[in-house]
Ligand binder design. Structure first.
Ligand code: NAD
Length: 417
């Protein structure tokens, strides 16, 4: 089977295996890190609006908690599987470690179709999940956050249910909450902002002048929109191409991101933005630009198109946009990839700041959040860049090497292996 067809957990294990070989991880440590330390499968009866009862199935995976309580999002999705949740929990473990946060990695999911459910049904499902999974959650155990199709409102219901179970307020048991319930300033643009700090450091290393440098952005939701806006305001980057699920637009002289957002809000898509040419998503990926920022879906740069990618920097805001085969081709062709679990770690980092503020009961100003995020991203980028040079590997493998090394060290210091 080609690596491009693998189930996500097998792929996560293969990536770990490669890093383990490079740093010559002891067999027991390696085997420990190939598996989640703990997982809970739950069955949830929920009263629907029509008076019937539906039975839902959910999971919470705590992959590794050697460096601190596990942390990771909760997904509501009709095609959720335990293997997807395991893989995502493994990736969260490496992401928190590469960012040097005092956290482990976890993930959760419920098999459901949130688009077909009313807000009241979603609330009852969210509360039912916490009544079952709450026994293994807590600020010192495992802290969920929003992910695919879960929202700040869902986090608020979950925090409330958990607080009712405990008998007191526990805002820090979950992050991504609405601001009035203890959310953090600066969470909205954190993922893209962290990515921009990473691009800034990479450009310094590559000797690339970012003033007027060109960028193509695939996907124009939370991550993509802020990437285009912050690329310009923080770094002077000119976004020349933008796409969403309907297609893309291109203007070599630059696109006004704010105007493209307004056009998308009015028409439902970036397509037909005045003064730009319509292009396909495939064409966008292959444009001659300085920076390509995938911010949509997984598996966009594959063995089929990697040879035609011309960008000097590929900044992965999306999770898993590049397949293992494509990685090898990009590395050989000299494209500088900022791998997803480094480049898009700004979100989890500000989630961690939210947890810290909840513990303090004292809230920071947005400027403080930005400054601390910059410090964390810059340190993480340089740790990865150094490992890439030391081991002569691409940045993704270097990020694994740094992260796996840190988790392995914690497991050993605890005397687990
Ligand atoms: P979003 O739902 O806000 O936006 C997704 C965008 O991708 C939309 O504009 C959609 O039209 C577009 N899209 C969908 N299918 C597409 C296709 N085939 N081609 C081109 N565009 C397509 O999602 P988001 O929060 O911006 O997340 C985007 C990616 O970033 C995901 O991979 C997500 O896992 C990752 N990510 C996001 C965050 C965050 O804090 N938002 C954090 C870490 C990682």
């Amino acid at each position: 089977m080609s690596t491009e067809e693998l189930n996500p957990f097998v792929m996560a294990q293969r990536q770990l295996d490669m890093a383990a070989e490079i740093i010559q991880l002891e067999p027991a440590v390696h085997e420990l890190l190939r598996w989640p330390v703990r997982e809970l499968h739950v069955t949830l009866p929920v009263k629907m609006d029509d008076g019937s009862t539906e039975i839902f199935h959910g999971f919470r995976v705590q992959y590794n908690d050697s460096r601190g309580p596990t942390k990771g999002g909760l997904r509501f999705h009709p095609h959720e599987t335990i293997d997807t949740v395991r893989a995502l929990a493994a990736w969260m473990t490496w992401k928190t470690a590469v960012m040097d946060l005092p956290l482990g990695g976890g993930k959760g999911g419920i098999i459901c179709n949130p688009k077909a459910m009313s807000p009241a049904e979603l609330e009852r499902l969210s509360r039912a999940y916490i009544r079952q999974v709450g026994r293994i959650l807590g600020e010192d155990m495992d802290i969920p956050a929003p992910d695919v199709y879960t929202t700040p409102q869902i986090m608020a219901w979950m925090m409330d249910e958990y607080s009712v179970m405990r008998g007191y307020n526990v805002p820090g048991m979950i992050t991504g909450k609405p601001l009035p319930l203890g959310g953090s300033a600066g969470r909205g643009d954190a993922t893209a902002r962290g990515g921009m700090y990473c691009i800034r450091e990479a450009a310094k290393k590559l000797g690339l002048n970012l003033q007027g440098a060109t960028m193509a952005v695939q996907g124009f939701g939370n991550a993509g929109q802020y990437a285009a806006l912050l690329g310009e305001s923080l770094l002077g980057i000119k976004t020349v191409a933008i796409s969403d699920s309907q297609g893309g637009v291109y203007n070599p002289h630059g696109l006004d991101a704010q105007a493209v957002i307004a056009h998308k809000n009015d028409t439902g898509s970036v397509v037909n933005f005045p003064g730009a040419d319509n292009i396909s998503n495939a064409e966008l990926l292959e444009l001659k630009v300085d920076i390509l920022t995938p911010a949509a879906l997984e598996n966009q740069i594959t063995g089929d198109n990697a040879d035609r990618i011309k960008a000097k920097i590929v900044a992965e805001l999306a999770n898993g946009p590049t397949t293992l085969e494509a990685d090898k081709i990009l590395y050989a062709n000299g494209s500088y990839v900022l791998p997803d679990f480094l480049c898009n770690a700004g979100g989890v980092t500000v989630s961690y700041f939210e947890q810290v503020q909840n513990a303090y009961g004292y809230y920071w100003k947005e400027a403080q959040v930005h400054e601390l995020l910059d410090e964390k991203m810059t340190a993480a980028y340089h740790a990865v860049a150094e490992a890439a040079e030391k081991y002569h590997v691409d940045n993704r493998m270097a990020a694994y090497v740094v992260a796996v090394g840190r988790v392995a060290e914690a497991c050993k210091l605890r005397g687990w292996v």
